[in-house]
Write a protein that binds this ligand. Structure first.
Ligand code: SF4
Ligand code: SF4
Length: 378
């Protein structure tokens, strides 16, 4: 495994981080469970192969992810770094910080959290809750008491607000120490701010290195972009993220042992992209912008839709068509989806909930119509 300096935290972090939101699950009597017999060996295998950063959150895997992470890592607690998050939007008063923190500590069954994130910040939420309820002060106290080691944030808003968050927290004497942001070959909107964060001593972790699965498509993007013999698009997507010197770690949501093994190989590879290759790719990727006209990250915040429409799935299929030219595949998958009673735009109740929740501010209803026209009607 490759390791990198994690900002000014003093930690060396593995280039591959384990995103703990895709564990295998099953439902029984209307309740969801993680299959620990599969998930725990995956976590331990990743650790044995050098992964030392595990990122979970209270709501991942139907609220069960923290429990499984805690069980898996208990015996090796001091050898790994655990990250989890506070749902800032649910905080109504300053004391909620401690309440959520204690809940996470209990579920993890741990005495401390290494990186405690203000979760999915927008500027509005940051102003209203983090500053408005003085949660930074709560974070400072929790750190002093040793309940958390570092103060962190994850982010879903316009890139320019990253600077605002870093600067205001610093000016209040409670600097942010690490940041978790979306970054990949198709979405470089945070790139400048990643550099800014690094210049302020923050460690930076990238989420979505394979672009919500889009860059995992089995096509030869590298050859398409560079005209050179290929490496897999999946590997390329990771290498692109890790080729950014201001980033420390690429987080991957891993749900199978195969995926762990595949990702560990990439995180351990000594053959990164050269600076020229990285720059060339970046330049070529600019040409992909046109493919990003519908930029759905697959985050699923728009779910559940009251009409049962699987919006991220449908948008992902559109990307197969639009970005990779896999039109037959996309159309076929769309047909399967519908044949299996998958709901689409004709079932939409026009409630607008999805659009209120979408961090990318997509005009989801219009886009669904457009996708349907292309993948079903044409
Ligand atoms: S507007 Fe339509 S697609 Fe969006 S949440 Fe409501 S029913 Fe679902
Ligand atoms: S439509 Fe928006 S909220 Fe839904 S998965 Fe895509 S980016 Fe996320």
């Amino acid at each position: 495994m490759n390791y990198r300096k994690f900002g000014n935290t003093g930690a060396m972090i593995s280039a591959l981080g384990f995103g703990c939101m895709r564990f295998p699950e099953y439902e029984k009597d209307g309740k969801w469970y993680i299959n620990d017999d599969e998930a725990i060996p995956m976590l331990l295998k990743a650790y044995e192969d050098g992964v030392n950063y595990f990122d979970t959150a209270p709501y991942y895997c139907h609220h069960n992810s923290e429990i499984t992470v805690g069980k898996a890592l208990k015996e090796i607690r001091d050898k790994v770094m655990v990250s989890t998050k506070i749902p800032v939007d649910k905080c109504k008063e300053a004391g909620d910080y401690r309440r959520f923190l204690e809940k996470s500590l209990k579920k993890l069954d741990m005495e401390y959290i290494d990186f405690y994130h203000f979760w999915g910040l927008s500027k509005e939420e940051y102003d209203k809750s983090v500053l408005g309820l003085n949660l930074l002060e709560e974070a400072r106290k929790a750190k002093e008491e040793g309940l958390i080691k570092h103060i962190s944030f994850s982010f879903h808003d316009k890139a320019e607000y990253i600077k605002y968050i870093i600067d205001t927290a610093e000016s209040r004497g409670v600097p942010m120490e690490t940041m978790l942001v979306q970054y990949n070959l198709l979405d470089r909107s945070n790139e400048e701010m990643i550099q800014y964060a690094a210049s302020k001593g923050l460690g930076v972790v990238a989420m979505g290195p394979v672009g919500g699965g889009r860059l995992a498509a089995p096509t030869d993007l590298y050859a398409k972009l560079t005209g050179k013999p290929s490496i897999s698009t999946y590997e390329l997507a990771f290498k692109f993220v890790l080729g950014n010197p201001y980033l420390s770690c690429a987080l991957s949501g891993m749900g199978t042992m195969d995926m762990v093994e595949k990702n560990v190989v990439i995180g351990s590879s000594k053959e990164g992209l050269t600076q020229e290759e990285w720059a060339q790719l970046g330049e070529s990727a600019e040409n992909l912008k046109k493919f990003s006209e519908l930029y759905c990250t697959g985050c699923a915040y728009c779910q559940p839709c009251p009409a049962g429409i699987d919006i991220p799935k449908i948008f992902n299929l559109y990307t197969y068509h639009n970005v990779y030219g896999l039109t037959d595949y996309a159309k076929n998958e769309m047909k399967n989806y519908k044949n299996n009673d998958g709901k689409t735009i004709e079932h939409c109740k026009d409630c607008g909930l999805c659009e209120d929740r979408c961090p990318q501010s997509l005009k989801i209803r219009d886009e669904l119509k457009r996708v349907e026209d292309i993948l079903i009607k044409q």
